[in-house]
Design a binder for this molecule. Sequence first.
Ligand SMILES: [Zn+2]
Length: 84
Amino acid sequence: MNKLRSIDKEGRISLPEEVRQSLGVFEGDEFEVIADGINIVLVRYTATCIACDDDTDVQLLNKGFFCGECRDAINKTLYNAVSH
Ligand SMILES: [Zn+2]
């Protein structure tokens, strides 16, 4: 799994496909970049719901991350507000 990668002139580096597959890394996933001595460490950013702090099925909704349960609650509230 150790493969050399070069940084391009824009400062980007690609993650090997087998690393992405084995760790479940997908396009759009976010990582914190940490300088650790002479090494660079990528720490997976795990978003949590801003309403209940759950990290299950979290997705960006407008400008905040919400879990599936809270998104459903918001959608029901909006539906009820519009239909009444
Ligand atoms: Zn939630």
